[in-house]
Design a protein around this ligand. Sequence first.
Ligand SMILES: [Zn+2]
Length: 143
Amino acid sequence: MGDGEKKVIVLPRHIFRQLVNKSKTNLPNESCALVFSFPDDSLIVDRVIFVKNISTSPRTEYLIDPFELLSIEEKQTALGLELMGIFHSHPNGKAIPSKTDLLYSVPNLYYLILKLDQNSNTTAVKCWSLANNKYSQIELSVL
Ligand SMILES: [Zn+2]
């Protein structure tokens, strides 16, 4: 992808629904999942795989077991897919990265955050790039 081109992550609607439904079943805890795409520049989410949130404060943060991550990534890579990002939900927050999210982020992944507002029953998903303790929003399109 050239420097001047705008990045747009494409999230197919059936995967968006899967993210919302599964995240609702994990309430009041945060959910987390690995996001895979084909290793091209299209940035289309091909599949998401939910993983355990092993954080000791799962209502306000998430933590992924690195061994589980590596094992899933290995299997998906063998199927021709690439880890493009990490998904997690914010049950009582906004769809923006928290301080802990920034702390544990790596620069070459996209971070998808789903806001689940339990009072208004609304959802919103946003995509972020996190690096050097800063975040910038990446356009995301649910199609
Ligand atoms: Zn978070």
